[in-house]
Each structure stands twice: as C-alpha cells, then as structure tokens.
Design a protein around this ligand. Structure first.
Ligand code: AMP
Length: 424
C-alpha cells in the first residue's frame, strides 16, 4: 500500500448504506414484504443490467431516461448493456420470458432493488437509488388500479410518510393520446416564442412534458392548453370513473390533476403520483400507472399491466427518524485474560456458539481488551448479560440491568440466561 495514494471515494450521486440508514431500510423492506405478500404479490429480482434494447423499446426513445440518463456500456462481446434505470420494463421482460401469461392472472410481482440513472445529483436525487415496486399483469379491471394505488397509500401510511398528496389522472388509450398530442403541439407552436427553450426543443418529441415545466411564461401558455381528459374515449372515461369510485369507497383521498404526465412513454389510462411537502424540490415519493401495451411491445402476448415504484431514499427522507441501528446482544462473552498467544480462549467461542444455537443474540470479545475494557464495551453494546469466563471453567454471570452477579459453571450460562429471560 502506498502512503501517498489519494483516498478513493464513492462516485458522485452514490452512497454507502450503513448504520441507522441500513436499519431504517430493513424496516421499510420488512413492512413492504408483509403488506405486498399479504396481498398476493410474489417477490421478483431481475438482473442489475439488461440488453439496452429493453429500455429503448420499453421506456421509450423520447424519454429523459433513455435520451440522457442511462448507464450504457458495451461488454467484452460488444453487446450493448444498460444498468436498469427502472423496474417495470424488466418485470414485463421476465413475464414474457417465463411465459407467465399461462399462469392464473393477474400475475402480481413486487421488488426492492437498486436502479441507476445519470441524473444531477442532489438531496433526494441520486445516481444509484433504491425502489420498492409492485406490478400486476394480466387484468384491466379497474379494481386492479384501485388496489394497487391503495396498497402504496397503505405502505406510505404505515411507514409514517406524511403529509402526502395523491395526484391522479388518466392518459387514456394511445389513440386518444396521439390525437391530443397533435392538438397540444398546435397550441405550443402557436405560442412558441413564450416557451422555455427546453419545452420548445421538445415540442416534436415529447410535448406532454411541457406540463412538468416550472418556467412562468410556459406555465401561462399551458393554462389555455387543451387537456387530455377531454380526449378520452367513453371506455377510458368509464374505466377512470370506476377507479375513482373504488378509491372513494376505500377512503383513499386523491386530487384529480389533468396535467399529471409521468416521464415514461409506456403509460396508458390511470396514472398517479404521491408527493410529500417534506421533500422540497424532489417531492415525488412514488408513482405509477397502467401500461396496457408494454408487454406486447416487448414481443409478448397482449397483456394489460398496472404498477408503481416508490423511492426508498425519499420514503426515508419524508418519514420519521430512523430506529437504532444495532441489535443489543442478550449475552456478551467476556474472559479474564487473553491467552498467551494473545487471542480469545476457545471456551469463549464455544459458549458463543451455544448461546446462538439456543436462539440468543450473542457477541464475544474479539479485540484483546482488558477485562475492564470488555465490560465497558459490553455496556456500550447494550448487552443484557455478560458472562466472564475464568480459566477454570467457571463463569461469573453479570446482569447488566440489575448490576448483580453470580458464579456458575460455564456450560450452565445459556440455560441461566434463558431462564432469567423467561422470568422477566
Ligand atoms: P419514476 O420511475 O421516475 O417514476 O420514479 C419513481 C420513484 O422513484 C420516484 O417517485 C422517486 O421516489 C424515486 N426516484 C426516481 N428517481 C430517483 C433518483 N434519481 N434518486 C432517488 N429516487 C429516485
């Protein structure tokens, strides 16, 4: 190792997960698992990288993600691969690849994975981030939409993410959207000189994204723009009305927002987004919608789909403070002196193994501390009991809460701790 070597840090927009952050994430994951598996969603884990073609075709060539945010590279065989920027296209790829249309529909899958986007890194916006997501494939019943949205509302509520707003809209079918797009383009072109450069540049490629702009003159132009909801065909309008009625019946509050445009091309019909005021500029906690054409676009059978993803970092930023990171041991194994070879006596290791086999959480001294140092270390760990072994096979078992101590054979320690726990 060279003394002059520069320190190596994580790449910009990425971070290590440790300590309380790791504990808080584990709590989110366990709540998500309980809720989603209880609702019949099965866990899926797709590869961290996929053929670039999947996202180009699935997410849409005109989206920000595909245009500028993907980590794309050629591997040694010159195949173009991309670190997954989102989870829906991979889940649909897996649905097709595993012939899941032959299973009982809808197929309900959930994931918690990390995703990669080359974004401008800031608080709440990273280049590797984690999402929990849920996708239901194979049914266009509006109950699927309502259940999916209600599950995310439930999860955010359970995790203490508040206050959240739910914005809801319908994008209708691709045909209605194409017609609307043309009308919107006409409107934007008629007022082109007042639009931000960004919006002007996207009139041809992605005019709907104009609604995401916070440029004041652009917003003024949009006030008189045609709205997609006026283009919905009767079937889509009825589908959306049923989704709303079910959310009303279930007591899930929402606001209709006809300007809600999600940044991905695959959405049809229902779209939604949860935002939290606690997050400032990056206010999106999670969102999703229906994507009835996506599986077919990926060469699968015509299959409707509906799902969402929520950012773990945003959930943690908008939720309550993290729980304590470390698990306090039931038993800490200490000993009077290190051996002549300056390592822990084997009998301590045996006791540690016995304690774990009996279901106790246990740790032992591993750093050659003095006995005083071991006790203070056990105290810092929050150990409930400390067994201090002596070379003759006896142990002093110290109750760290009560402060009292008694002597017993080393092989009776685990039983004594279990009995004491039972008596508590
Ligand atoms: P999207 O796939 O863009 O709809 O993102 C769904 C959710 O993932 C968002 O609401 C955020 O909570 C989260 N998210 C998206 N991009 C990022 C990012 N770059 N960093 C952190 N969280 C993100």
């Amino acid at each position: 190792m060279s003394g002059s070597a520069a320190k190596i840090k994580v790449p910009r927009g990425t971070f290590d997960v440790l300590g309380e952050d790791a504990a808080a994430r584990a709590a989110v994951e366990s709540r998500a698992r309980a809720l989603l598996e209880g609702a019949g969603y099965e866990r899926i884990e797709t590869p961290a990288f996929e053929a670039t073609e999947l996202f180009a075709r699935g997410v849409g060539a005109s989206t920000d993600i595909v245009q500028k945010e993907m980590y794309t590279f050629a591997d040694a065989s010159q195949r173009s691969l991309t670190l997954r920027p989102e989870g829906t296209a991979p889940v649909c790829r897996a649905y097709v690849e595993h012939g899941m249309h032959k299973r009982r529909q809808p197929v309900k899958l959930w994931y918690l994975s990390s995703f990669f986007r080359h974004e401008r890194a800031q608080a709440g916006r990273y280049r590797q981030f984690w999402q929990v997501g849920a996708e239901a494939l194979g049914s266009e019943d509006p109950a699927v939409d309502a259940e999916s949205i209600a599950l995310l509302a439930h999860l955010l509520g359970d995790l203490g993410v508040a206050p959240v707003r739910l914005r809801l809209s319908s994008l209708g079918s691709p045909a209605a959207r194409a017609e609307y797009r043309e009308q919107l383009q006409r409107h934007l072109r008629a007022h082109e000189d007042r639009l931000s450069q960004d919006v002007r540049a996207r009139i041809d490629l992605n005019p709907l994204r104009a609604f995401d702009s916070d440029h004041p003159a652009t917003r003024a132009v949009l006030e008189s723009a045609p709205l997609l909801r006026d283009f919905l065909v009767a079937e889509d309008a009825a589908h959306f009305a049923e989704v709303r009625a079910m959310l009303d019946a279930a007591g899930v509050p929402y606001e209709l927002d006809p300007t809600l445009v999600r940044g991905l091309d695959y959405y049809t019909r229902t779209v939604f987004e949860f935002t939290s005021e606690k997050l400032g500029a990056q206010s999106g906690v999670g969102g999703g919608g229906r994507y009835d054409g996506l599986v077919e676009q990926l060469a699968g059978p015509p299959t409707p789909g509906m799902g969402w993803a929520a950012g773990i970092e945003r959930i943690l930023l908008a939720g309550p403070a993290a729980p304590p990171a470390a698990v306090a041991p039931d038993l800490f194994v200490a000993f009077e002196a290190v051996t002549e070879a300056r390592h822990a006596p084997r009998v301590a290791f045996v006791l540690l193994a016995e304690a774990r086999a009996a279901g106790l959480t246990a740790q032992m001294e591993l750093a050659g501390r003095s006995l005083k140092g071991q006790l203070s270390h056990a105290n810092a760990l929050g150990a409930r009991y400390v067994a201090i072994l002596d070379p003759d096979g006896a142990a002093a078992l110290k109750d760290m809460a009560a402060g009292d101590q008694r002597t017993l054979p080393a092989d009776a320690v685990v039983h004594a701790v279990l009995r004491a726990q039972h008596a508590l």
